[in-house]
Design a protein around this ligand. Structure first.
Ligand SMILES: Nc1ncnc2c1ncn2[C@@H]1O[C@H](COP(=O)(O)OP(=O)(O)OP(=O)(O)O)[C@@H](O)[C@H]1O
Ligand SMILES: [Mg+2]
Length: 227
């Protein structure tokens, strides 16, 4: 871990509007994420953890406040620029993994690699996809569709997909939410190894206290505020 900020969030507020009613989900959130750190975000259901992660990962915009990725103010980027930033720099592991059901494991992993690519790179992306699948222990499941994988394997596939473009940061939303102890351990070890070997920054939303305890820092989000 070094002392530079990879992501800086200032005074984030987020409201959702349903039927003209405002739901104030994030309140004055300030957060600095350092290069190479492992940050755990914990808090009760509905506290705003996923919302915060989506905003940090440029998947959603705050109602107020700013997010900087290194020295870039991402609120100034248009949708194409945001999509490029996400694709090249940020690996997202979703709370509900959002794997594409029609595609095989190797295709699910390759797809983010195919974006912004000229045709000459296609074979390299496929090789890379096979490598990351081996890295997460799915070397012999390359051609399985998500429905043909166990829950733990699907979760590892989602991690592999997040890795294809060597992102600087992985944002993982309950990556072990539905897994038993042993499978959780496998997913943790993969993430921690990435941090150790590739200096990837990790932000992990988790209900698993043991996992949170192994992070370099824990923040508690309660009712939309860091406490
Ligand atoms: N798109 C949306 N429109 C309206 N309200 C939303 C939307 N997304 C989330 N919310 C509301 O915002 C609040 C925070 O949701 P969020 O998903 O961030 O919580 P969370 O901390 O991740 O909870 P969990 O631990 O259950 O995943 C919830 O009360 C939820 O109902
Ligand atoms: Mg959530």
């Amino acid at each position: 871990m070094d002392n530079r900020n990879l992501i800086t969030a200032r005074n984030l507020d987020k409201s959702y509007f349903n039927n003209n009613r405002e739901l104030h989900v994030l309140k004055e959130v300030n957060l600095e994420i350092k290069h190479g750190e492992i940050l755990a975000i914990v808090g009760p259901s509905g506290a705003g953890k996923s919302t915060l992660l989506h905003i940090l990962g440029a998947l959603d915009r705050p109602t107020q406040g700013e997010v900087h990725f290194e020295d870039k103010d991402i609120s100034r980027l248009n949708d194409n620029e945001l999509s490029y930033l996400r694709n090249r720099n940020i690996g997202f592991v979703f709370q509900f993994h959002h794997l594409l059901p029609e595609f095989t494991a190797v295709e699910n992993v390759s797809i983010p690699g195919f974006m912004y690519l000229n045709s000459s790179g296609i074979e390299e992306v496929k090789d890379k996809a096979m490598n990351v699948l081996r890295q997460v222990g799915l070397g012999d499941r390359m051609n399985h569709r998500p429905s043909e994988l166990s829950g733990g394997e699907q979760q590892r596939l989602a991690v592999a997909r997040a890795l294809i473009n060597d992102p600087q940061i992985i944002l993982a939303d309950e990556p072990t939410g539905n897994l038993d102890w042993k499978n959780s351990e496998v997913v943790h070890n993969i993430l921690w190894e990435l941090n150790r070997n590739k200096k990837q920054t990790l932000v992990i939303v988790t209900h698993n206290e043991e996992l949170a305890g192994r992070a370099s820092r824990i923040i508690h989000l309660v009712d939309g505020r860091i406490v």
